[in-house]
Design a protein around this ligand. Structure first.
Ligand SMILES: Nc1ncnc2c1ncn2[C@@H]1O[C@H](COP(=O)(O)OP(=O)(O)OP(=O)(O)O)[C@@H](O)[C@H]1O
Length: 257
């Protein structure tokens, strides 16, 4: 197991941003998903020690989360700003030195930063800034990387490439993506869905692969998911079936809300 979060709570005044949240993440590639205001940022701020929880515990790779060293855990935040005049390549080298393993060249190649490596942070487009911030978390190949909204401002081609890179890297590095957008859900090793500060779903690899089937909609608005007997019963009771369509993991997720 990669991460165990137990009874985690954090309130801002009367707002319960995380309300007694417990979940587990498997090693590999995981997503923590949720709509705006569900508590995702609060969680990543706690893990990165920016804020302290009111109660609860997080264990990562068998250690208390605050006991992990910079060579073991890394973060990419949505709103991180690097010094504007620092060059991409110099910044990645500095991170590599800090983590005791400077594999900047490999990172530049993995995240397609070759064309901008000599540019200064302020010269990067929003999409390249995001790619650079995400890439910087992987320098030195820490044991686990937390990525806050890694796909924001990234075009669809770069997003696809980034996701392929995550899928490739997960054999060596545990990756936790915190996001309100999702992709390739069936390839994940675990998924947590947060909603209003609570865990709505926590699924591992096997369950994620199981979510497929069908969705039947009846004329009176009744929706039946993956229940052939119920569909038969409703048809026998005289209800008219208006549509039946395949159910994907993405559709299943949307049905939750
Ligand atoms: N510093 C703060 N002070 C007061 N309330 C806060 C603060 N930070 C977050 N909140 C509230 O806590 C709740 C959870 O916020 P959080 O930012 O963790 O959600 P989120 O899932 O990351 O949302 P988003 O996707 O919009 O970034 C929201 O109701 C938010 O308004």
């Amino acid at each position: 197991m990669l991460l165990e979060c137990s009874n985690l709570s954090k309130s801002y005044g009367s707002v319960k941003a995380l309300d007694n949240v417990s979940f587990t993440l498997e090693k590999g590639l995981s997503f923590i998903l949720g709509p705006n205001g569900s508590g995702k940022t609060t969680f990543i701020k706690i893990v990165s020690n920016i804020i302290t929880p009111d109660s609860g515990e997080i264990m990562i790779l068998g250690k208390h989360y605050l006991d992990l060293k910079p060579s073991e855990i890394a973060f990419s935040f949505e709103k991180t700003v690097f010094p504007p005049s620092v060059r991409v390549i110099d910044c990645l080298h500095a991170v590599g030195e800090l983590r005791g393993n400077d594999n900047t060249d490999e990172i530049i190649s993995l995240f397609d930063l070759e064309s901008v490596k000599t540019k200064k942070f302020r010269e990067l487009s929003q999409g390249y800034k995001r790619r650079f911030l995400v890439a910087s978390a992987f320098v030195g190949f820490p044991d686990v990387v937390f990525l806050d909204e890694p796909f924001s401002n990234v075009d669809i081609v770069a997003k696809k490439k980034m996701m392929e890179t995550f899928i490739e890297l997960r054999k060596e590095i545990n990756i936790v993506v915190v996001s309100h957008v999702f992709t390739n859900l069936s390839e994940l090793d675990s998924l947590v869905v947060l909603y209003n500060g609570k865990v709505m779903k926590n699924l591992g690899k096997d369950k994620l692969r199981e979510i497929h089937g069908f969705k039947a909609v009846f004329e009176d608005g009744t929706v039946v998911i993956n229940d052939v007997e119920k569909v038969n019963r409703l048809i026998f009771s005289g209800k008219r079936l208006t549509s039946i369509e395949p159910l994907s993991l993405e559709r299943w997720l949307m049905e939750l809300f």
